[in-house]
Ligand binder design. Structure first.
Ligand code: F6R
Length: 612
């Protein structure tokens, strides 16, 4: 969603801001803008649409002088995407400029109040209220900007990451956060703010993560941070441990393909720190064997693809652990009076660690007494910091909006968590546990074998890309996997697609199957092979084209009935979705490619969903 970058230093700010915004493009946006302090004048340049429109307007920053500035990519919530609603917003007298991520919930009431005082608004955004309120208090407090900032923060309600500059202070930038990510970057003779590290990693790896209620004052040579009571605080410094190349395409046409190709390595990186002598360890986990024994219920809470990981784990965890597993959409969790208490373990899954609904669900579960274990990709993110325990997926930065390697690492890490619990609870025989841990370590090599046949998948995509409606069907693990396959296809290729548990077909859906309908029949789960075959026969006899996904072991049986076949290596039941998802991601990619879609930045979508 929206992205923020800010710079104060000894170089010209505008080109640095535009470069930062280019690196934030992946988050999804519909307009962009920058504001620089040119002596005691603030100069704003903003444009609807792609960043190149903005770059064109200011000749790549050349026409904007000044060594202090803020930049923003906006994903519209309040007010349509247009030049005026884009950030940065200026206060009425043009002295204060602001960029904002998040939503100000009481903006309507504040706007009415300010309008009564004669303040004129130019945009339809909630964000403009913040900058107008700032000017109002700045004047009332005789130019005491920090006092005005604290007063504004005490008045606004909602979520925000703010970057502020003031014409009267051309050497200084102010930042504040509540419920929206913001980090501080320590450069050599310069300082930065950014909504994520990708924007500034070219210039510095040394960062601090702002916490809720904190306010920072940045100059070229210093960053001072204050708590909610304006008391100075020391921030811990962190070093970003990935290379800038991880956030670049590296010769691939799209980030999505690069990230798919990285899956075997990302999974190796996620597995290897935790496997020793045939056993799984999670050192540093506070969750003890006793706590686990007392747990009566397990919730898995997440959104989108992360939720689909949970759907797979419901099958694998319940079968192995024999404890009830509830999988809940984070956006529903806090509104459904969840049955959660101190005997509940809640596993939160999130790539970004910043998804607002997931964060809200975490807080709800915590307030009800649950223990929180989170599975997160972005180190130091809000979800990671608020959980009792956090385990990281080492997928590296994921730039394509559609998740691929993050989903793959989440799934494998969840499998490992399941196995770890099974070991602690002595839920499965030792031999079965050892065999599973051994098989786990073969998954990256098996994924490489699937990648070797990506041309076959490309061939199927070229055959079927023109279909306007696609059904994914499967039972058990295959059903859970189909949910992700279907989401991947629809989000990047814009083809309408649905995923059904095959057993449900006869209860209504089969009426949609007609001559030429494309059905992706997932049949990896061998115990239900016969039923999968009979469902394939059922849809084919109604005219469907069936592209089947199966294993080496069942290929013969399935190939007799399908029009096309994608085959993955054999593995143990638990790991079937880890192998099966890769061809589905590739299929979606190649279909979108054939249709000429904007694969890395699908319409209307954002990478990190920080609004409700
Ligand atoms: C789909 C996709 C989304 C995310 C969802 C949750 O390709 O990426 O469905 O999975 O927005 O995001 P995180 O995992 O960051 O909480």
């Amino acid at each position: 969603m929206c992205g923020i970058v800010g710079y104060v230093g000894k170089e010209k700010a505008a080109p640095i801001l535009l470069d930062g915004l280019a690196r934030l493009e992946y988050r999804g946006y519909d307009s962009a803008g920058v504001c620089v302090a040119d002596g005691s004048e603030l100069r704003v340049c903003k444009a609807k649409g792609r960043l190149q429109n903005l770059c064109g307007l200011c000749s790549d920053g050349e026409t904007l002088p000044g060594k202090l500035g803020i930049g923003h990519t906006r994903w519209a919530t309040h007010g349509e995407p247009n030049d005026i609603n884009s950030h940065p917003h200026l206060s009425q007298n043009g002295k204060i400029a602001l960029v904002h991520n998040g939503i100000i919930e009481n903006y309507a009431e504040l706007k009415a109040y300010l309008m009564k005082k004669g303040i004129h608004f130019v945009s339809d955004t909630d964000s403009e209220v913040v900058v107008q309120l700032l000017e109002y208090y700045y004047k009332r407090f005789d130019g005491d900007l920090m006092r005005a900032v604290y007063r504004v923060l005490a008045t606004i309600e909602g979520a925000y990451a703010l970057g502020i500059i003031c014409a009267d202070r051309p050497d200084e930038m102010i930042a504040a956060r509540k419920d929206a990510p913001l980090l501080l970057g320590y450069g050599d003779g310069c300082s930065f703010i950014a909504s994520d590290a990708t924007a500034i990693i070219k210039y510095t790896r040394e960062v601090s993560y702002m916490e809720d209620g904190e306010v920072a004052v940045l100059t070229a040579d210093s960053i001072r941070v204050f708590d909610a009571h304006h008391e100075p605080i020391e921030k811990e410094h962190h070093t970003i441990d990935w290379e800038i190349s991880a956030a670049e395409k590296g010769g691939y046409a799209h980030f999505m393909m690069k990230e798919i190709m990285e899956e075997p390595e990302a999974i190796r990186r996620t597995i290897s720190p935790h496997v020793r002598d045939g056993k799984i360890f999670f050192e540093g986990l506070c969750l003890t064997q006793e706590m686990l024994r007392e747990m009566s219920r397990l919730y898995i809470v997440a959104c989108g693809s992360s939720y689909h990981v949970g759907m797979v784990c419901k099958y694998t965890f319940e079968k192995m652990l024999r404890i009830p597993v509830e999988v809940q959409l984070a956006s529903e969790f806090r509104y459904c009076r969840p049955i959660v208490d101190d005997k509940t373990l809640v596993i939160i899954i999130s790539q970004s660690g910043e998804t607002l609904d997931t964060m809200a669900a975490l807080r709800e579960a915590k307030s009800l007494g649950a223990r929180i274990l989170s599975v997160v990709n972005v180190v130091g993110s809000s979800i990671a910091r608020e959980s009792d325990d956090v385990l990281y997926t080492w997928a590296g930065p994921e730039i394509a909006v559609a998740t691929t390697k993050a989903y793959a690492t989440q799934l494998i890490l969840m499998d490992m968590i399941g196995l770890y619990f099974a070991d602690l609870l002595q839920a499965i025989p030792k031999e079965a546990y050892s065999a599973l841990v051994e098989e786990l370590q073969t998954i990256p090599d098996k994924l490489e074998r699937i990648l070797d046949q990506k041309e076959t998948i490309q061939y199927h995509a070229s055959k079927y890309f023109n279909h306007s409606s696609v059904f994914f069907i499967g039972r058990n693990l295959d059903y859970a996997l189909g949910l992700e396959g279907s989401l991947k296809l629809k989000e990047i290729s814009y083809i309408h697609s649905e995923s059904y548990a095959s057993g449900e077909l006869k209860h209504g859906t089969i009426s949609l199957v007609e001559e030429g309908t494309l059905v992706l029949a997932l049949s990896l789960y061998s115990p239900l092979l016969e039923k999968a075959v009979s469902n394939i026969v059922e849809v084919r006899s109604r005219g469907a084209n069936v592209l089947a996904l199966t294993t080496e072991r069942d290929r013969k049986e399935i190939s007799k009935n399908a029009d096309g076949l994608i085959v993955v290596p054999d593995t143990m039941e638990m790991f079937l979705p880890s192998l099966g998802v890769l061809p589905l991601q590739l299929f979606a990619y190649y279909v979108a490619l054939e249709r000429g879609c904007d694969i890395d930045k699908p319409r209307n979508l954002a990478k990190s969903v920080t609004v409700e």
